[in-house]
Design a binder for this molecule. Sequence first.
Ligand SMILES: NC(=O)c1ccc[n+]([C@@H]2O[C@H](COP(=O)([O-])OP(=O)(O)OC[C@H]3O[C@@H](n4cnc5c(N)ncnc54)[C@H](OP(=O)(O)O)[C@@H]3O)[C@@H](O)[C@H]2O)c1
Length: 191
Amino acid sequence: MRDTDPQVGEGKVLCHFTMSLDGFVAGPDHDMSWMTGFTGRPGVEEEYTRTTGAVLGGRDGWDLDPDARPYGGDWQGPIFVLTHHPEDAVQRDGITFLTCDVAEAVRIALAAAGGKNLEILSPSIGRQALQRGLVDEVDLHIAPLLLGDGIRLYDSPGAHPIRLNLINSDDPIAEVNLRYRPVAVAVADAP
Ligand SMILES: NC(=O)c1ccc[n+]([C@@H]2O[C@H](COP(=O)([O-])OP(=O)(O)OC[C@H]3O[C@@H](n4cnc5c(N)ncnc54)[C@H](OP(=O)(O)O)[C@@H]3O)[C@@H](O)[C@H]2O)c1
């Protein structure tokens, strides 16, 4: 197995997340303070800034901070927010609120991506899109920590498994072997 090749903007639908080793993309109450203290692949933000044509997110993420933008604000492009009640959303230029089926939302946002990729930056919408067969790639950066609680990449109790093919390997069904050593936890920090 090798590291992933740099992403290519070619009209794909991506679920793109930084994820804890135990599968969380946000901590409790949407806490994201854990997303520091580790190194990313050099140039990774520029890579996705260049290859992303549009973003589709959900209402909870939007309400957290309507002024936040992907990739620290370096990326400029159309953002779509799925919500059942757009009438009480904080409005911003360049943001389109959608109330429609997830497949229609993906179709609209992908058309707006201008041949680049559509990033679904929402685990709940990613789950819906995965279950509808609308996702081309689940693109993950696995951070070296365990969160234990929060919002999962794919939270769908009772669902059927979704099998995946590993792209960065000659064997698409290869397991990925990772080996970590816990950083010492001070007794006072342990619950
Ligand atoms: N780690 C990472 O790389 C990364 C990247 C992106 C985001 N995140 C995190 O992900 C979290 C947000 O994701 P989330 O899944 O918790 O919430 P979300 O997708 O932002 O919001 C969920 C809400 O969106 C609306 N919605 C979802 N699907 C809909 C549909 N089909 N039709 C209409 N409305 C729909 C509903 O709100 P209403 O019913 O109220 O309208 C739903 O309760 C944040 O904490 C964010 O920081 C992490």
